[in-house]
Design a binder for this molecule. Sequence first.
Ligand SMILES: [Zn+2]
Length: 275
Amino acid sequence: MRVPVLAYHAINISGNDYASNDHVAFAADLRLIDDLGLRIVPLQWVVDQVNGIADRDLSRCVALTCDDGSAFDYFDLDHPTHGMQRSLYHGMLDFIAERGADAQPDLHLTAFVIASPQARQQIDVSCLVGRGWMGDDWWRQAAESGLIAIENHSWDHNHPCLPSPGIDGMPRGSFLDVDNHTRADAEIAAATRFINERIAPQQTRIFCYPFSHVADYLRAEYLPNFAVAHGMQAAMGDGATPVTRSSDRWNLPRYICGWHWKSTEALREILQASS
Ligand SMILES: [Zn+2]
């Protein structure tokens, strides 16, 4: 198993071409993956394989993720500068309409969302344009669509726009400061409980480190030892290598769109080198 896990940020919209818009890149990449004869599978399948609780054939597979849980993941929205944006969800439906449901029968996207309503509202006002684009009204529909899993991107991202300090005197702006049990429970276990209430009977099982900050305490102590509290089975970082059976389940690598690749050609090289 060598599965590249790709990551998108639907809020990355500074134009309407591949390099400046993750919606455009995502739509093009679905077709590239399909053209290369690769199979898109749910990230949960990859996690199951790493954890030894399933043994599927995951050769020549790719998994897709997106971060931060803005409404752009699910709803088509009118961007104030760059116009109507096709959501990632509708991008998948467009792909199915174009190529048929049999082209990628396991097509799936894992969306990592921020749990705290107060944090999301503050981010919406401070970092977006205050149009209510950080709601959680789409989580359940998305989870029930069968095409999207709603997963854990922490309680509040310890985002720099939030009032400082955070819980337990934590300074804002870095996830590396989530370095003790109190902070970890507040950022991860509390997020699990909130998200699970919203998407029941489905449950979140995969964590994604905000800012790709893999805090040692979380990777080596909290996540491995307190599963009953946080319910996580794996955690995603940004290692830019394919996931293999020997990957660290608490720091599974991903490739980030706009960082590790910026064009179809660059992604083609990543995918061909992996498979
Ligand atoms: Zn994030």
